[in-house]
Design a protein around this ligand. Structure first.
Ligand SMILES: [Zn+2]
Length: 209
């Protein structure tokens, strides 16, 4: 209540189109840190910022810096500030609307009903004390197993493994092909052995008694 009232009152004197005073101050301190950065433009709105040995790709068009601070906070980081100095862009214009005075005023425009302190509460001395209900123990042993979710495996059941159908089919094909080849080779071998046996038996002279 106090916070809402004081902040709402403080914001009354601020201009709607501006940023909140704290953010303005923060932008000033960030702009001081840009001294250690150098901006190199690759094309309009796209930069590479050098800071010591580190290089940061930066996009003014998409409001992105590879350090991550700009996109998280909505306030341009020192790298972005350096690029904006090069591109002659006012940093105040790219700060997120979260930090505008209009948003601040909207946040504290709601009211809370005033409440008296504890000493002013009405006294209720003669009220009966309400005790918690007595716990009745159920029949049989209490269940110690956890209730499982719908579709969850039972305790001790192995989890199902998901296999790639494409891989499976390829593997099955490969196995079938190898089996077929082995059978063909065996049949060939059997044929050749049979033919050699026949030729040997034909070439042997017959014993005539
Ligand atoms: Zn940055």
């Amino acid at each position: 209540m106090v916070r809402i009232a004081t902040r709402h009152e403080a914001a009354m004197t601020w201009k709607d189109d501006e940023l909140c005073p704290k953010i303005k101050k923060l932008l000033k301190s960030i702009s001081k840190d840009t001294i250690c950065c150098k901006a190199y433009m690759s094309r309009p709105g796209e930069y590479e910022i050098h800071e010591g040995k580190s290089h940061f790709p930066l996009s003014l068009n998409n409001k992105l810096c590879s350090c991550g601070a700009w996109q998280i906070s909505g306030i341009p980081c020192r790298h972005a500030m350096r690029a904006m100095v090069h591109a002659k862009i006012d940093p105040h214009s790219v700060v997120s609307t979260w930090y505008s005075v209009r948003t601040y005023k909207y946040s504290y425009s709601f009211s809370i009903n005033p409440i008296p302190d504890k000493n002013q509460w009405p006294a209720y001395d003669n009220l009966p004390t309400v005790m918690p209900p007595t716990i009745k123990r159920g029949i049989g042993r209490p269940c110690r197993n956890r209730r499982r979710e719908e579709g969850e495996d039972e305790k001790g059941k192995k989890a199902k493994t998901v296999k790639c159908t494409k891989y499976q089919s390829n593997a099955a094909k490969a196995v079938k092909a190898s089996q077929k080849k082995a059978a063909q080779d065996q049949a060939k071998k059997a044929k050749t052995s049979q033919s050699t046996e026949v030729s040997v038996s034909q070439s042997q002279p017959q014993n005539t008694s």
